[in-house]
Design a protein around this ligand. Structure first.
Ligand code: FHN
Length: 437
C-alpha cells in the first residue's frame, strides 16, 4: 500500500502543476520553440497510398467500399521505408519540426497499438512499428516530434459514425458504447504519450462531436500531465494552443499569436499518383514567406508511397525549399511578423529586437523598392545570403517634417535570388509594435 501511495502522490503533484492555470508568460514560453521554428513537414503515410486514393474519405464518401479500401492493408509493404533518409530530407528542407499520421480516420495505426489489431504491424506486410524509428531519427537531427491523431475512428466498432450515409448508432442513445470508444481512444493516447512523448499533438477529426462528448478538457489535462511542455493544435474543440488554417493562405493576420497553415504540395494529403497539380517551389516559398510575414508557421505536407519512398516531385520541392531557407535563415527562424503591407507591398519579418527589418522581394522589381510610413531611420541595407550592401535614400522628408518620408532602395537585378530575394534593413531604433506582435 505504501508503495502505491509513493507512486500516486508525485503523479498527483505533477498533474496539479501541469494543469494549474497557465499564465500568458508561461504559455508564451511553452510556445516559443514553435514560434521560432516557422516550418514543419506534415506526413500523411497510410494504406491509402497503395491504391493512391483519398485517405479515409474515399471509403467514407462511398468512392470505394470499406472492404475494398481495407484490402489495401495487403499492399502496404513499407519495403523501402528509410526513416533516417526521411529525417535527413526533412532537416534539409529547413523544417524544425515534423508531424506524422499515427492514425488517420480509417483507424489503421502506424505503430503496434495494444488497443486493437488494426495496425501496420499486425495487418500489413510492413510488419513493423513505423513511428519509433522515425522519432528516433528526427530527434537525432534535432527536430521536434509532432504526432497527428484522429479523434474520430470510422473503423472502430464502438465509434458511432462509419460511412457518410451509414452510422453504427446514435451517440445520445448509447452513452455506454460511446464511453467504450472513449476508453479505447484514451488507451491509444496514453500509449502514444508514454512511448513517443510528442512535442506537439496534431489532433484532427474533432468536428463530429463537441468538447463535452470528447472530454476535450480532460484530454488536454492528461497530455500536459504527461509532458507539461507539449503543445496542442486547435483541433481539440477549443482546448488547443494554436490555430490551424488549412490550404488557404491567410490574407490578413490571424488574431491568434500562434498559428500554422497546413498545406498540400498538390491537392492531396496522401500519395495520389494521378494528382500532378503540384505547386512550384516558387509558389511554395512565396506562401511560406506570406505565412512568416504574418507571424505564422507553414506545415507543408508530403504523401509517401506505400513502399516508403517519397515522390520525386515532393523531394524536389523540399530540396529547393532547403536551398532557400538555408540561404535566408536569419530572415526566417526566430523572427516575428513584419511591417504592415501598407508600408511595404510584400512579406516582411523583424528580428526579435525589431531593429532588423527583412523585406521579401517575391517578384522582379521595376525600379527601386519603396517603404512608406516607417519612421525608423535606416543605418544600412544589404542582400541576405550574399551580403552585398545596397544604396537607399529617403524622399519627401523635409528636415522640419515629422512625416516618415518615402524610403527607396536600389536592388540590382544580378543580386536577385531565383525564387525570392530578401534584403535586410538595419534600423537605428526598434519598429513599434502595431498588432501586439
Ligand atoms: O479529414 C482530414 C484530411 O484527410 C487531412 O488529414 C487534413 C489535414 O489537415 N485534415 C482533415 C481535413 O481538415
Amino acid at each position: 500500500m505504501k508503495k502505491i501511495k509513493s507512486l500516486i502522490l508525485p503523479l498527483l503533484l505533477v498533474s496539479l502543476v501541469a494543469n494549474a492555470q497557465e499564465t500568458p508568460e508561461q504559455k508564451a514560453a511553452r510556445m516559443q520553440w514553435f514560434s521560432d521554428a516557422k516550418l514543419g513537414i506534415f506526413i500523411h503515410y497510410g494504406i491509402y497510398a497503395v491504391n493512391g486514393i483519398g485517405e479515409s474519405w474515399s471509403f467514407h464518401n462511398g468512392q470505394i467500399s470499406y472492404e475494398n479500401y481495407m484490402k489495401q492493408l495487403n499492399g502496404f509493404t513499407a519495403k523501402k521505408y528509410d526513416p533516417v533518409a526521411w529525417a535527413d530530407l526533412i532537416a534539409e528542407s529547413g523544417a524544425k519540426y515534423t508531424v506524422i499520421t499515427s492514425k488517420h480516420h480509417d483507424g489503421v495505426a502506424l505503430y503496434d497499438t495494444k488497443m486493437s489489431d488494426l495496425n501496420v504491424v499486425k495487418k500489413t506486410p510492413a510488419k513493423r512499428d513505423l513511428l519509433t524509428p522515425f522519432y528516433k531519427a528526427i530527434r537525432e537531427k534535432g527536430l521536434k516530434a509532432g504526432l497527428y491523431f484522429s479523434l474520430l475512428d470510422w473503423s472502430q466498432p464502438d465509434y458511432p459514425n462509419f460511412l457518410k450515409n451509414k452510422i453504427r448508432y446514435e451517440y445520445k442513445n448509447d452513452t455506454l458504447r460511446w464511453n467504450k470508444y472513449l476508453t479505447f481512444m484514451n488507451g491509444q493516447l496514453d500509449e502514444i504519450a508514454t512511448r513517443f512523448n510528442p512535442d506537439l499533438w496534431w489532433f484532427d477529426g474533432d468536428w463530429e462531436f463537441g468538447p463535452e462528448q470528447w472530454k476535450a478538457k480532460q484530454i488536454r489535462e492528461k497530455l500536459l500531465t504527461y509532458n507539461p511542455n507539449t503543445i496542442i493544435n486547435s483541433r481539440l474543440q477549443g482546448y488547443g494552443d494554436y490555430d490551424t488554417p488549412e490550404n488557404g493562405v491567410p490574407i490578413y493576420r490571424p488574431k491568434s499569436p500562434w498559428w500554422e497553415l497546413c498545406m498540400t504540395m498538390n491537392d492531396s494529403w496522401g500519395y495520389q499518383p494521378t494528382d500532378k497539380n503540384y505547386k512550384t517551389p516558387n509558389q511554395v516559398i512565396r506562401i511560406f514567406a506570406d505565412c512568416i510575414g504574418l507571424g505564422g508557421n507553414l506545415l507543408l505536407d508530403i504523401g509517401p508511397k506505400a513502399d516508403g519512398t517519397i515522390p520525386e516531385e515532393q523531394v524536389a520541392i523540399l530540396k529547393e525549399l532547403g536551398r532557400w531557407t538555408t540561404k535566408h535563415s536569419e530572415a526566417i527562424y526566430g523572427t516575428v511578423a513584419g511591417i504592415p503591407r501598407e508600408w511595404y507591398a510584400g512579406p516582411s519579418t523583424l528580428s526579435k529586437d525589431r531593429k532588423k527589418l527583412y523585406l521579401f522581394i517575391d517578384s522582379k522589381p521595376i525600379g527601386q523598392l519603396v517603404v512608406k510610413g516607417m519612421p525608423n531611420k535606416v543605418v544600412s541595407a544589404w542582400v541576405v545570403g550574399k551580403g552585398n550592401p545596397l544604396n537607399f535614400n529617403v524622399m519627401m522628408k523635409p528636415w522640419w517634417s515629422s512625416n516618415p518620408g518615402l524610403l527607396y532602395i536600389d536592388v540590382p537585378e544580378d543580386l536577385l535570388d531565383e525564387q525570392v530575394t530578401v534584403i535586410c534593413l538595419s534600423l537605428e531604433t526598434p519598429v513599434q509594435e502595431l498588432f501586439g506582435n
